[in-house]
Design a protein around this ligand. Structure first.
Ligand code: NAD
Length: 277
């Protein structure tokens, strides 16, 4: 029988691109998302017959996760790969970010991943195999300014993944963490920020990126097959992470220089908005 994968946040962007690749490769694919209408459209677009299942799953709900696991067991007798992909985005100056934005992104981008892993690890342990794939971000490795809440949750996903890697290996369970830099998806539509200038930047970096989600998904699929732990999907990310590890003074100077330009731009935009009020 073909292999089985469940993807959270599979109705758009990277999740949908991954679902398409695995469906095309003959896998059984379980698409889940909080957005029911988009999920239905995604399943129709995949057109992969009964190899594709779908279920509404809000990653904030432990009950939704349990229902998805039960559905996998009932329909397929288990699962081979879990992709914790669902996510939203936040950004802006630390001092202006409301605590509600922190709560929101922690609940989805961090606790959503924790709930997914906590639901499926017992099943994988029982099976004696399984692969947990957590989608973090390059932001979780290099921590650029004006993205504190996003950086923190993604860094925590990297930390969780590294912990699970060594804790679960003896049970036959593999872990990977995916750290892409910006690529083109609908992520900007969920973006919360107190700074209009940061929203414009997000639009430029994500919505107008020339890297398609399909290219990122292709790299991830290859690296999952190779059971690679840290999946850096693009050259910019590999370079940035290598410079941080091996040439820290150069890395600090780069972040400081680019960060200053950004901080000046955001401060000017905020001052202009304040004087227009
Ligand atoms: N696009 C980028 O530049 C980029 C870079 C690095 C990492 N990422 C990460 O990639 C992952 C996928 O994002 P994307 O860029 O494809 O964005 P996207 O907005 O296109 O897709 C995210 C999906 O997650 C779903 N979602 C949101 N909240 C949810 C919830 N509570 N429960 C279940 N599903 C929910 C959305 O409905 C959407 O279908 C995210 O974890 C994101 O942080 C994206």
């Amino acid at each position: 029988m073909s292999q089985r994968i469940l993807i959270s946040g599979a109705a758009s962007g990277l999740g949908l691109a991954l679902a398409r690749r695995y469906a095309d490769a003959g896998w059984r694919v379980f698409l889940t998302d909080v957005d029911a209408a988009a999920l239905e459209q995604a399943v129709t677009a995949l057109d992969a017959g009964d190899r594709v299942r779908s279920q509404i799953l809000d990653v904030r709900s432990a009950d939704d996760w349990a229902a998805a696991r039960d559905a996998c067991v009932a329909a397929w007798g288990g699962l081979d790969v879990l992709v914790n992909n669902a996510g939203v985005a936040t950004g802006g100056s630390f001092a202006r970010t409301p605590i509600e934005d922190w709560d929101w992104i922690i609940d989805i981008n961090l606790k959503g991943v924790i709930r997914g892993a906590a639901t499926f690890v017992p099943l994988f342990t029982e099976q004696g195999h399984g692969h947990v794939v957590n989608v973090a971000s390059l932001a979780g490795l290099v921590n650029p300014p004006l993205m504190a809440s996003y950086n923190v949750v993604k860094a925590a996903v990297v930390s969780l993944s590294e912990t699970l890697r060594f804790e679960l290996e003896p049970a036959g369970i593999t872990t990977s963490v995916v750290c892409p830099s910006f690529f083109r998806t609908g992520l900007a539509s969920s973006f919360r920020t107190p700074d209009p200038a940061v929203r414009q930047l997000m639009d430029r970096l994500v919505t107008a990126s020339d890297i398609p989600a399909e290219r990122v998904a292709a790299t991830i699929q290859q690296q999952i097959a190779a059971e690679r732990f840290l999946i850096l999907t693009d050259r910019d990310g590999r370079v940035a992470y290598a410079v941080k590890r091996f040439l820290p003074p150069l890395f600090n100077a780069m972040v400081r220089r680019r960060g200053k330009r950004l901080l000046d731009r955001v401060a000017a935009a905020n001052a202009a908005a304040a004087s227009a009020e």
